[in-house]
Design a protein around this ligand. Structure first.
Ligand SMILES: *Cc1c(COP(=O)(O)O)cnc(C)c1O
Length: 210
């Protein structure tokens, strides 16, 4: 089979005959992919999000994982990163600009808070509020771009009314993101409750860790 074959991009999970009927799909342990010609390489480079060029971008095994995670979360799409903090960083770095404000709701994973402290030097500010929605409402600022929540929250396991939080944020045009690591999509599907982005650390419960 050719790795540049478009079919593999779309059917890896659905068509087991492409990998000899194996129940478990093969693991593509490669950083680079090869091409028949220089032209097909440059063409693929132009569509790096769809074509397999370099595994940091897209890789068949990771693609399959992304599809399955999106299905579990009832989301439109999923993007996997090298670590949970990689995913969390991508949310902030891709959506925020200098001058924006982030509102943390409930107890937040330590390194995530540290990341936002670090972003202060780029003129991105943040505040922290507890799980009480009245406090959330009064902490919203004109420049609040993202409401970032953990529920259950790290260590204390307090829960937030996610549906009400999503409704409040939507009425103000604010993006909502949740770190859903503690629940996994088996126990909580935040997107169905109106949250925009659901993030996971796959080194924990969802990845099989106790
Ligand atoms: C561990 C953890 C993370 C970070 O994930 P890594 O894969 O270790 O980077 C993020 N959020 C929560 C709630 C975690 O427990």
């Amino acid at each position: 089979m050719t790795l540049t074959d478009e079919k593999i991009c779309t059917d890896l999970d659905l068509d087991a005959s492409q990998y000899h009927g194996a129940v478990s799909p093969p693991i593509f342990q490669t950083s680079l992919f090869t091409f028949d010609s220089f032209e097909s390489f440059t063409e693929s480079q132009k569509q790096e999000r769809e074509k397999y060029v370099y595994s940091r971008g897209v890789n068949p095994t990771v693609n399959l994982l992304e599809k399955k995670l999106a299905q579990l979360e009832r989301g439109e799409q999923c993007k996997c990163f090298g670590s949970g903090m990689g995913a969390i960083s991508a949310v902030f770095l891709s959506l925020l600009q200098s001058g924006d404000h982030v509102l943390f709701v409930n107890n937040i994973y330590g390194p995530t808070s540290q990341l936002l402290k670090h972003l202060e030097k780029f003129n991105i500010e943040h505040d922290v509020v507890d799980h009480n929605l009245k406090n959330v409402e009064s902490a919203i600022k004109d420049n609040t771009k993202i409401i970032y929540v953990e529920s259950p929250g790290t260590m204390l396991m307090k829960v937030v009314d996610l549906k009400a939080l999503a409704t409040l944020a939507k009425s103000r045009g604010i993006i909502t993101a949740i770190d859903n690591t503690w629940s996994t999509p088996l126990f909580q599907k935040p997107i169905e409750l109106g949250i925009d982005l659901s993030i996971h650390s796959l080194t924990k419960y969802l990845g099989g860790a106790q």
